[in-house]
Write a protein that binds this ligand. Structure first.
Ligand SMILES: NC(=O)c1ccc[n+]([C@@H]2O[C@H](COP(=O)([O-])OP(=O)(O)OC[C@H]3O[C@@H](n4cnc5c(N)ncnc54)[C@H](OP(=O)(O)O)[C@@H]3O)[C@@H](O)[C@H]2O)c1
Length: 305
């Protein structure tokens, strides 16, 4: 009796830094169809060698001319280098019809790889994992459950959807034209939230409250607000505070207390205006009260304020 061994897919990575190394290792260890890491090409050979050690397989490659064919090509350079790396890959003459070329940028679409398709009949896609790869070792155990936005050619999306699902990604389809807005939304919920909380800490410090007490005040407030927001998708069921109540005197007192700190006032008033929209849906505050609050916030958010 003869048995047919499953043929392993091959994947090479151009730019195996934090994201590239982590994904290559997860793919190699967890893909449902056997997957072999072929080559790793970074800017520097030492860095490619470190990535190979982390991944546990593959070969560090010194130049693009040394690349050999692979079924899947992950371009995980910084965003600004993706288009140039894909052009260099085409010029290297190693792409075959049916190969899949993909990147993981949150903001760029697969059209960044357009040249790979027009000249080689390969397929292109982008898969953006909503995950921070700051610590690759920790990402190995925490990646599962991360959402992954997939867009590009159907053939590439189907295969990459299977691959990312096998390592625990929750894949969903996103139109390429919506990527920048989608990515800005994730930045709002993550990076800008960090900046917002940093501002809140500065304000507490200016009110004479030390670091230790700031943490005690903020930690339960942040946790509770995050929990409430996660458990109640409608913000109108979560918003409390002066805007929700229509307390225009409180808002005026806040803005006055921030006099001389235009950046704090602008952040407070821009987000306050968004809170007014939610308060209108709640209906606790009257239209008059919300108009007074809007007038105060609009005045404070003007660039020359
Ligand atoms: N990090 C995250 O949390 C995260 C999350 C979601 C999506 N992404 C996306 O993932 C991609 C990679 O991000 P990252 O944070 O992993 O980047 P990174 O840690 O800075 O790594 C980038 C790697 O690319 C290599 N590289 C740069 N230019 C190159 C070129 N022209 N040819 C070959 N290799 C090149 C660098 O090599 P050397 O080390 O030799 O300089 C480095 O190993 C980006 O598209 C980013 O938007 C990242």
């Amino acid at each position: 009796m003869t048995t047919t061994a499953t043929v392993a897919l091959t994947l090479s990575c151009i730019g195996a830094g934090r994201l590239g190394s982590t994904l290559c290792r997860l793919f190699a260890e967890q893909a449902t169809q056997p997957l072999q890491i072929n080559q790793i090409l970074n800017n520097h050979l030492e860095s490619a060698t470190r990535a190979v050690q982390f991944i546990g397989s593959g070969e560090a490659t010194e130049s693009i001319q040394q690349l050999v064919p692979a079924d899947l090509w992950l371009i995980a350079t910084p965003d600004d280098a993706i288009a140039e790396a894909s052009r260099a890959l085409v010029d290297a003459g190693v792409l075959r019809a049916g190969d899949i070329v993909f990147h993981c940028s949150g903001v760029l679409g697969s059209e960044t790889l357009a040249n790979t398709v027009s000249t080689t009949d390969s397929y292109r896609a982008s898969v953006h994992p909503v995950h921070s790869f700051a610590d690759p070792m920790s990402s190995l155990s925490h990646f599962a459950g991360s959402s992954c936005a997939v867009e590009g050619d159907d053939q590439a999306c189907a295969r990459l959807g299977d691959l990312f699902s096998a390592i625990g990604g929750n894949c969903f389809a996103l139109q390429g034209g919506h990527k920048a807005l989608y990515h800005a939304a994730t930045v709002m919920a993550c990076n800008n939230l960090v900046a917002l909380l940093a501002t809140s800490k500065q304000m507490l410090a200016a009110a004479g409250i030390d670091d230790q007490l700031q943490a005690k005040i903020l930690a339960p407030l942040i946790r509770q607000t995050a929990e409430n927001t996660i458990n109640n998708p409608d913000p109108a069921t979560v918003l409390t505070g002066p805007v929700s109540r229509g307390d225009s005197h409180t808002v005026a007192a806040h803005l006055e207390a921030m006099a001389g700190r235009p950046q704090w006032q602008k952040i407070y008033s821009t987000l306050g205006e968004a809170a007014v929209d939610i308060a209108r849906q709640q209906g606790y505050a009257s239209d008059d009260e919300l108009e007074q609050i809007t007038a105060l916030l609009t005045a404070a958010s003007k660039p020359d304020h």
